[in-house]
Design a protein around this ligand. Structure first.
Ligand SMILES: C[S@@+](CC[C@H](N)C(=O)[O-])C[C@H]1O[C@@H](n2cnc3c(N)ncnc32)[C@H](O)[C@@H]1O
Ligand SMILES: [Zn+2]
Length: 462
């Protein structure tokens, strides 16, 4: 466990410092501990500091129960209590052949009955999966285990296909002003770490902290997306567990708009960042547009500006960021988007700072930010046909109509069909980037992925 991080932490409820307690297990002694303040005991599981009170597991486990498991040496039980997904609805566990039957009267009852029978099997297989640990596994295995249940499909598709998404490119582009920060960088609402891994590169020698209230996502971020970062599981609707002005940059993508208490969250951003630091909030839903699909998020862009108090800031629409991204340029932070543009775009971002010198045109990128990592095919492309030379034609597919509605803008730069030469496919299988790939990278057909996102095999069409 990182001592520098524990020293920078304070309890969000009593602002007390933490004493570190260790359990009596001889295994994983460094990665499991309990942080104690005057009002609570918080568990540290697999080096992830869980600074949340009350129920923290999907099956009702509280911070006290999990801390107790660690102090009694039951580290694996502590891990399982935090990573076991919620039990899916009975009908979603019914066998595949039942799912395929026509939806006649009474069918839901049949599915529920068969699904309920499958529950103990489901629980056992999940326990076995998570207990075995990340060795030999990929991020995709974990995302499937965590979000594979039917009602999670929306999130599943979002995270599996994040790499070339318009909102992902915006989030990457907004990192442009992060250059050799003087202190640590926070990625608030980091999820599985899709952006955290890029922040690690931008932060240089400074540490990056990923924070999210979802433990399993942090676990995947730590093992697969950005192992170099440190992780804190906390809730953005309460005080943040950090000392004042600890970070040089507070970065957050696709998150603030879904935090219920935006006043607390934005006030905390300003409290924990250095007075001359940067607050970058990428991907905020604008309540003026598409309100029917976001009934609980009606705040218009102008109200978000009020949350930043006296801090100088810019508000830029996704359209404006993407237009420049297409030309391989970062955002122009010398001014906000026009009111007309802000009134019409469903998504926008905010960059706030007291250091006005940072609010300038960010110029061009040396390389495509979305190419950072192992070059691989954008998962939205599926093989369609091939020729005798071994070239393959890939077709762009949307995993769902919701995905297409939300992120269909990618079709402005991702072609519907693309032939990829066998030599390029061969180089991809070797994880090698070559000049022949540049055009495919410019169109996000090839994107940069983390080392162990999935098994890198480019299947031929059947
Ligand atoms: C749409 S995801 C974005 C993840 C990541 N930043 C990215 O851009 O890929 C939003 C994340 O915010 C987290 N989140 C939502 N509300 C939160 C809260 N109140 N406190 C902490 N995290 C929260 C969710 O668990 C989720 O992982
Ligand atoms: Zn406390």
């Amino acid at each position: 466990m990182n001592k520098w991080l524990v020293d920078a932490l304070r309890c969000p409820y009593c602002f007390g410092e933490f004493k570190v307690l260790h359990g009596n297990s001889s295994q994983d002694k460094e990665s499991y501990a309990v942080l104690e303040c005057d009002c609570e005991q918080y568990p540290v599981v697999e080096d992830i500091l869980v600074i949340r009170k009350g129920v923290i597991g999907n099956h009702g486990e509280s911070s006290k129960t999990v801390s107790h498991l660690i102090l009694s040496g039951k580290n694996q039980e502590a891990l399982l209590s935090l990573v076991m997904p919620p039990t899916p609805a009975g009908r979603d566990l019914a066998p595949a052949w039942v799912q395929r039957l026509p939806q006649v009267r009474g069918m839901d009852r049949v599915k529920n009955l068969l699904g309920n029978v499958a529950r103990p099997w489901w629980a056992r297989s999940m326990r076995d999966f998570f207990a075995a640990g990340p060795e030999g596994r990929t991020a995709t295995d974990y995302i499937e285990a965590a979000l594979g249940a039917k009602r999670q499909y929306k999130h599943y598709h979002y995270f599996m296909n994040r790499f070339g998404q318009p909102r992902h490119l915006v989030a990457l582009s907004l990192m442009a002003p992060i250059q050799s920060p003087a202190g640590p960088v926070l990625d608030f609402g980091c999820g599985f770490g899709h952006l955290t891994r890029h922040l690690v590169r931008r932060a240089g020698r400074q540490p990056v902290v990923g924070a999210d209230r979802d433990f399993t996502r942090l676990y995947v971020a730590k093992h697969f997306f950005a192992p170099e970062a440190s992780y804190v599981c906390c809730d953005g609707s309460t005080s943040f567990p950090f000392v004042d002005h600890f970070f040089s940059v507070v970065y957050s993508s696709d998150t603030l708009y879904m935090v219920p208490n935006k006043v607390v969250c934005s006030r905390e951003f300003r409290r924990i960042v250095d007075r001359n630091g940067l607050i970058i909030i990428a991907g905020i839903h604008n309540g003026l547009v598409d309100a029917e699909n976001y009934v609980s998020q009606r705040m218009p862009y102008s109200s978000y500006g009020l949350l930043l108090g006296s801090w100088s800031h810019r508000m830029i629409t996704n359209r404006d960021v993407l237009d420049r991204y297409g030309e391989k340029c970062g955002p122009d932070l010398s001014r906000s988007s026009t009111t007309m543009a802000l009134n019409q775009d469903p998504w926008f971002s905010i960059v706030a700072t007291n250091h006005e010198g940072l609010l300038v045109d960010q110029g061009s990128f040396d390389d495509w930010p979305h190419a950072e990592g192992i070059p691989d095919l954008n998962p939205l492309y599926k093989p369609a046909t091939s020729n005798e030379k071994g070239d393959i034609c890939y077709r762009h597919t949307f995993p769902s109509s919701w995905y297409e509605k939300e992120d269909g803008g990618c079709r402005q730069y991702e072609p519907e069909e693309v032939w990829i030469a066998s030599e390029v496919l061969y180089d991809l299988s070797l994880r090698k980037r070559t000049p022949a790939m540049e055009d495919l990278i410019a169109h996000c057909v090839i994107v940069g992925m983390p080392e162990r996102f999935h098994n890198h095999a480019h299947s031929c069409p059947k």
